[in-house]
Design a protein around this ligand. Structure first.
Ligand SMILES: [Zn+2]
Length: 670
C-alpha cells in the first residue's frame, strides 16, 4: 500500500509518535574547521531565503479568497476536545497542533505552502450538498458521509481506527445517530481504509450484509504494494511526513496533501465486492452510485464515482487541490502520467456538465458547475503538461536532470484559481523525473553515469580533489552565503559522506537543508529537508524498531507473496551449507509452499517437494505471528500448534539465512 503517500507505512509510523523537537543547540556545540566559521543558528531564515519567499509571495495572488471560502464552507460542527486518544489514553491526533498556522507566513515557511497548510488544517464536519457531508482536518485524509435511505454510507474511513471513530461520532452527534449501511474504499492506500474498524465491525457488517465496495485489485494492492519494500519505504516516510520533528513555523507545517499523519491503529476489513469498469452502477441503501475505474493513476487500484441523484462527483485522490506525486519520495512504483490525465479527461467529458460539486478524499470541495469544469481541466492539464514537456525535452536529447530543470511553471488562464496545480505534495521537478523514469529508467543516458562509483567512494575523492575538508567546507560556506543552497548541499554532502564524523560539515549541511526546507513549496520536500537537518544535528532517533505490519494485513497476503517478501530478506553470505528445500504446510488455508534455498537465491513455489529436507505444518495465521515476532516456532512446536517431520535443523538453517533489517538506518550519512 502506498499513499497518497502512505500505505502500510502509516502502520509503521505509529511506532514513532511524538518525538524529538528540532534542537538549536547542535550548531553551537560544533567544532568548526579552521578557516570556516560555524553556520548560522538553527531555525532562522537567511536573507536569501527571506528574499526567495518574499518574491514568491509577490508573484502569487495569495490573498485570493475562493479556496478560503470553500475550505470553511458549510461547517456545522467540530470535535470539541483537546485530542483524539487511543484506548490507552495516548494521543493519536492533537486537535490544536496546527493552531500556529495563523496570519501571514513567517519567513521560515514558503508562503504558498503556508496558505495551503492553513486551508488543509481547517477542521470540522462540513455539509457538501444536501445529503453529503465531510469530516476534514483530523487526519491526513478526508472522510465523506452520504445519507442513505436508512443510514450512513461512509466513503474512505481515514487512516486510523481512532480518528475514524471520532469522526463518525461527530457525524452522529451533529446529524443524529444512524447505522453505517455502506462503506466505500476509493483506493488501496492505507489513509483510505485504515480506520474501517472505527466505523463498523466485521461481525456487524456481515450480520447486516453491509456492502463494502472497493476498486478491482484493492485487496491485493492494499497489502502487497509495500510488503517487499516496506522497511525502506517506511523509513523514508519518517522523512516525508515529518513525524519525528515538531510542528511549528521552523518545523513541520503540513504535508501539502493534508495536515499530517495520525498516530493510531490501522485496520482492514475486506471489501464485499471489487468493482471494475467505467459507468458501473450499484445502489447502496437507496443511493445510486456510478463508478469510474481509475486503476494505475494515483493508486494501482482506484475508482472515482458519480452520484446522479445529487449531481455530485467524487474524484477520490485522482483530482485534489494539489499537484500530486507521480513517484513519491517515500518510494512506490512510478505512476502513469498519461493514464492519469486521460482518467481526468474522461470524468471532465462525461460528468463535467452535470456536476454541481466535486469532492475528493483530501482537501475541500469545489462548488458550481463552471468551477468544477475549471478544476478538472486544470488538473487534467497539469499531468499532461509534465508528461508531454518531459518527453518533448527528452526526445530532444535531455537527460533526466536536464528534463526536470527545463520544465517551467505552466501558464494558466487565471493564476488565481490555479493553486490546485501547484506542487504542494508532488512537484514539477520530481514529476518530470518520474515521467523520465517511467519511459527511460533511472539512467540519464551519459556513459559516465552508466556504472558510476558509489557516493561514499567518490565523496572522499571529490573532497581530496577540492583541497581537503576545510577547503571544501569553505567553498560550501561561500555558496551558502550567496544563497546557492542546492550547490552548497552538494558540496557539504561530499564532506559528510567522506567523513560522517566531521561535525562542522554536518552542521553546515543541516543548515543548508533547513534553508532548502524553508523555501520548499511542497510539504513533503520541506519535511524531508527538515528531518534531514534534524538527523544531522541530533542523530537518528532512538525509538526501537517499529513492527512492520500486523496480523490483520498479513492475513490478506497470499502465501506465495509472503514468501517472496522472505526471499527479499535472503542473505547469501549466511547460506553456508548445501542447497536444500523446506515444505511449509498451512492447513487453515489448504496451502503448501516449498522454499528452495540455494547458494544465492531463495525460490518459493506452490505445492510440496518430495526432496524437501523438512516439512513444517502450522496455520498460516500462526506462521504470520512468528514472522511478526509475537510468538516463536519452538513455543508453537511445544504447544503442538506446529509440527515437524524430517530434519528440524534445516528450519533453523532456513531462518538463519534471513536478514532482519534495522528500521533506523542512516539516510543523511553513509
Ligand atoms: Zn490519500
Amino acid at each position: 500500500m502506498r499513499a497518497c503517500a502512505i500505505s502500510l507505512t502509516a502502520i509503521f509510523l505509529s511506532a514513532c509518535a511524538g518525538q524529538a523537537p528540532v534542537s538549536d543547540s547542535a550548531a553551537s556545540a560544533a567544532t568548526p574547521a579552521a578557516m570556516v566559521p560555524p553556520p548560522p543558528a538553527a531555525g532562522v531564515a537567511t536573507d536569501a531565503t527571506r528574499a526567495a519567499n518574499a518574491a514568491l509571495a509577490a508573484r502569487l495572488p495569495l490573498d485570493e479568497q475562493s479556496d478560503v471560502e470553500d475550505a470553511g464552507r458549510g461547517r456545522i460542527g467540530f470535535i470539541d476536545a483537546p485530542a483524539i486518544l487511543n484506548a490507552d489514553g495516548g494521543v493519536v491526533w492533537s486537535i490544536p497542533q496546527f493552531d500556529f498556522l495563523k496570519g501571514e507566513a513567517p519567513d521560515t515557511v514558503n508562503p504558498s505552502l503556508w496558505r495551503q497548510s492553513r486551508l488543509a488544517a481547517e477542521h470540522g464536519l462540513f455539509e457538501v450538498a444536501p445529503g453529503i457531508w465531510q469530516v476534514r482536518g483530523y487526519d491526513l485524509s478526508v472522510m465523506s458521509v452520504i445519507e442513505g435511505k436508512t443510514g450512513w454510507i461512509i466513503v474512505d474511513p481515514l487512516t486510523s481506527v481512532e480518528t475514524a471513530s471520532a469522526s463518525l461520532k461527530l457525524v452522529n452527534d451533529t446529524l443524529g445517530e444512524r447505522p453505517v449501511t455502506g462503506l466505500l474504499y476509493t483506493h488501496s492506500h492505507a489513509d483510505h481504509f485504515g480506520g474501517a474498524r472505527g466505523v463498523i465491525t466485521e461481525e456487524d457488517a456481515a450480520a447486516r450484509k453491509v456492502p463494502i465496495l472497493a476498486p478491482v485489485g484493492f485487496l491485493e494492492h492494499a497489502v502487497s504494494e509495500n510488503l517487499i519494500a516496506g522497511n525502506q519505504m517506511s523509513r523514508r516516510s519518517t522523512f516525508m511526513f515529518g513525524n519525528t520533528i515538531a510542528r511549528g513555523p521552523a518545523a513541520h507545517v503540513g504535508s501539502g496533501l493534508g495536515p499530517g499523519l495520525p498516530q493510531g491503529t490501522i485496520s482492514l476489513i475486506a471489501p464485499t465486492e471489487e468493482i471494475s469498469g467505467r459507468g458501473t452502477q450499484r445502489v447502496v441503501d437507496g443511493v445510486t452510485i456510478e463508478f469510474i475505474d481509475a486503476a494505475g493513476t494515483e493508486a494501482p487500484a482506484e475508482f472515482m464515482f458519480y452520484l446522479p441523484e445529487r449531481r455530485a462527483l467524487c474524484t477520490a485522490e485522482v483530482v485534489t487541490a494539489t499537484f500530486h506525486n507521480l513517484l513519491t519520495p517515500r518510494g512506490a512504483k512510478v505512476r502513469d502520467a498519461l493514464g492519469w490525465t486521460r482518467a481526468i479527461d474522461h470524468v471532465l467529458e462525461t460528468y463535467g456538465d452535470r456536476s454541481d460539486v466535486v469532492f475528493a478524499s483530501h482537501h475541500w470541495p469545489t462548488w458550481g458547475q463552471e468551477n468544477v469544469e475549471s478544476l478538472l481541466t486544470q488538473q487534467r492539464d497539469i499531468y499532461r503538461y509534465v508528461h508531454d514537456q518531459t518527453l518533448r525535452n527528452a526526445n530532444a536529447g535531455a537527460t533526466m536532470f536536464e528534463a526536470a530543470e527545463a520544465v517551467e511553471e505552466p501558464a494558466f488562464e487565471s493564476e488565481a484559481d490555479a493553486f490546485n496545480t501547484r506542487g504542494y505534495y508532488g512537484t514539477l521537478n520530481h514529476n518530470a523525473k518520474a515521467v523520465y523514469q517511467y519511459y527511460f529508467g533511472w539512467w540519464g543516458g551519459v556513459p559516465a553515469g552508466y556504472n558510476a562509483l558509489p557516493h561514499a567512494v567518490t565523496a572522499v575523492r571529490y573532497v581530496d580533489a577540492m583541497g581537503g575538508a576545510d577547503a571544501t567546507l569553505a567553498l560550501g560556506a561561500e555558496a551558502f552565503e550567496a544563497g546557492d543552497f542546492r550547490w552548497a548541499a552538494e558540496v557539504f554532502n561530499h564532506v559528510v559522506f567522506a567523513d560522517p564524523d566531521n561535525e562542522a560539515a554536518r552542521n553546515w549541511l543541516a543548515a543548508t537543508y533547513e534553508q532548502l526546507g524553508f523555501q520548499a513549496e511542497s510539504g513533503a520536500w520541506r519535511s524531508y529537508y527538515l528531518v534531514g537537518a534534524s538527523e544531522l544535528r541530533n542523530g537518528i532517533p532512538s525509538l526501537g524498531n517499529p513492527q512492520l505490519g500486523n496480523p490483520e494485513f498479513l492475513r490478506a497476503v497470499s502465501s506465495i507473496d509472503l514468501m517472496d517478501s522472505l526471499a527479499a530478506r535472503f542473505n547469501p553470505a549466511k547460506m553456508t551449507g548445501e542447497p536444500f528445500a523446506v515444505n511449509l504446510v498451512f492447513p487453515d488455508r489448504d496451502e503448501t509452499v516449498t522454499l528452495h534455498v540455494g547458494k544465492s537465491v531463495l525460490v518459493p513455489r506452490r505445492g510440496s517437494s518430495a526432496e524437501a529436507a523438512v516439512t513444517l505444518t502450522l496455520h498460516r495465521s500462526v506462521f504470520d505471528l512468528v514472522l511478526l515476532g509475537r510468538t516463536t516456532l519452538p513455543e508453537q512446536l511445544q504447544s503442538g500448534a506446529a509440527s515437524v517431520s524430517g530434519n528440524p535443523a534445516m528450519l533453523a538453517a532456513l531462518f538463519g539465512t534471513l536478514d532482519r533489517p534495522d528500521f533506523w538506518f542512516p539516510v543523511v550519512t553513509p
